[in-house]
Design a protein around this ligand. Structure first.
Ligand code: NAD
Length: 492
């Protein structure tokens, strides 16, 4: 049986157990059995991490010594490279990633994103010249300087933990901030490895701290309420995002939120690859647990029956080729937890009650193992006002909605509280682009264009978030702008 290394906290340069010495079991989504142990951090640990990060920001040269920062961030990146296999193990056994998914979204895309951050870092505009302007008889020279925002609390989810941890930690460190990383209770090891390798790389004490525990909310509640934390960078559910914003208000904390989604894929009637575009929407990769997955498929009413037949065949073709942790071909495993499985199954029941037709799947699959397996599932005859079309299920459940024309497709796409991502497929790229520009989301893929990568910004409109991660914009989120001005002589 696989056994992951114990996940330890990293506070003020020390790898340690929780204050009081408690630990908790990390549960494998594949078996439902313990697969490792993690320190069960307490309020005292979180306090110590905040104090250390504050001290490191206020009293060391971390925020001003750019060359040292870049060198250490690169060194840390090398150590992650040397630990690819361990990262893969963590993705499989903590996050439930199938082998065929591990070296895509979970490890490769994450480490590539790290490289992208390093590549775009020189583009950060640390100073901007605003020229001279006369006032009160004198000319005044003005420049803007960009400075790190300070102490950052990075609170992250379990679904693609390495990718999200890198998205926040690397950007904040490059910007010159000090960081407290708080991974989800299910994936502590993917956080702990940052502490372990930062220690090895020789990071100054307090610059990067890692805390976690079995209670999902305790550490986050402390971090969001503490005046010594300058910015909370959060990826997770919209409900918790709202709570963070509310709690951050007391100290007027900057909040940067990457939240949920219910993204569309619109396949237009003129798509020459109609069958392929519809078939490839089957929601199976990582059991549908991705924030930007296209979980609402919109097809023309005139081709709805055809789309149904294509999907029936595509799901049948995918068949039972999922759910085996040792199979390198599998791209779908379990969902993360019993709670998540019950939530997904609850939505499947709801879909039936709402009058949608179950075209494929719909059941739990205990025969796959003791873990949390839900079949690939697709509902047709769905209308956009159903809860299964409006709420984020975060599981392998696709809903298929008919539209009348381009305006109707845009209306349906935008009639959502979310605004994260989406896609449009058409034989006419200009028509597709026109539609893409009308969809109120942070990214849209046109004819399968890759709109998510480490060198371009990613984020949401509406209830999908505030701010942008990745790219130069993702580094600049962790900065403040300060104006400096001085008189240069009498105005003419
Ligand atoms: P979650 O909101 O339950 O938890 C996310 C993190 O917040 C965890 O670390 C959790 O311990 C912490 N947390 C819980 N309560 C808190 C509180 N009161 N104060 C502060 N922190 C608290 O989300 P999850 O179930 O771990 O992840 C799934 C969600 O994440 C989905 O909604 C998904 O769409 C979203 N997500 C979004 C993106 C994106 O970039 N937009 C990326 C990945 C996941």
């Amino acid at each position: 049986m696989t056994r992951l290394p114990d996940a330890k906290l990293y506070i003020d340069g020390q790898l340690r157990d929780a204050a009081g010495g408690r630990s908790y079991d990390v549960i494998s989504p594949w078996t439902g059995e313990p697969v490792g142990k993690a320190a069960d951090g307490t309020a005292a640990d979180v306090e110590a991490a905040i104090a250390a990060a504050r001290r490191a920001f206020d009293t060391t040269d971390w925020s001003t010594n750019t060359a040292k920062r870049v060198e250490l961030v690169k060194k840390l990146r090398e150590l992650f490279e040397q630990n690819r296999d361990r990262l893969a193990d963590l993705a499989v056994h903590e996050a439930g990633a199938a082998q065929g998914a591990v070296f895509r979204a979970h490890v490769n895309m994450a480490l590539d994103g790290w490289d992208d951050y390093i590549a775009v870092f020189p583009k950060v505009e640390w100073e901007k010249d605003y020229g001279t302007k006369p006032a009160f008889g004198f000319n005044h020279k003005r420049i803007a300087v960009r400075e790190p925002v300070g102490v950052v609390a990075a609170i992250t989810p379990w679904n693609v933990p390495l990718y999200v941890n890198i998205g926040k930690v690397v950007a904040a460190l490059l910007a010159g901030c000090t960081v407290i990383l708080k991974p989800a209770p299910n994936t502590p090891g993917m956080g702990a490895i940052f502490g372990e390798l930062a220690d090895k790389a020789g990071f100054p004490a307090g610059v990067l701290n890692v805390v976690f525990g079995s209670d999902p909310a305790e550490a986050g509640e402390i971090l969001t309420g503490d005046p010594r934390v300058d910015l909370v960078s959060f990826t997770g559910s919209t409900g918790v995002g709202k709570r963070i914003m509310e709690r951050g208000a007391a100290t007027l904390k900057r909040v940067f939120l990457e939240l949920g989604g219910k993204s569309v894929k619109i396949v237009l009637d003129d798509d020459p690859n109609f069958a392929m575009s519809v078939a490839t929407t089957i929601l199976v990769f990582h059991a549908g647990q991705g924030c930007a997955v296209q979980s609402r498929l919109l097809v023309p009413r005139s081709r709805y029956e055809e789309a149904k037949a294509i999907l029936k065949q595509a799901y049948a073709g995918f068949g039972d080729n999922w759910g085996d942790a040792s199979n390198p071909e599998h791209i779908m495993g379990p969902v993360i937890s019993k709670k998540q499985m019950e939530r997904v199954l609850g939505y499947i029941e709801l879909g039936k009650q709402e009058g949608a037709t179950l075209l494929h799947g719909g059941r739990a699959r205990p025969d796959k193992g003791g873990g949390f397996f839900v079949e690939p599932t697709v509902f047709v005859d769905v209308s956009n006002d159903m809860r299964i079309a409006q709420e984020e299920i975060f599981g392998p459940v696709l809903v298929v909605i008919p539209f009348e024309d381009d305006d109707d497709a845009v209306r349906i796409a935008n009639e959502s509280q979310y605004g994260l991502s989406g896609g449009v497929n058409s034989g006419d790229p200009e028509r597709a682009q026109r539609i893409a520009r009308r969809i109120r989301t942070g990214s849209v893929s046109v004819n399968n264009g890759m709109c998510i990568a480490g060198d371009i910004p990613f984020g949401g409109y509406k209830a999908s978030g505030i701010g942008r991660e990745w790219g130069v914009e993702g580094i600049e989120e962790y900065t403040e702008i300060k104006m400096l001005a001085w008189p240069t002589g009498q105005a003419a």
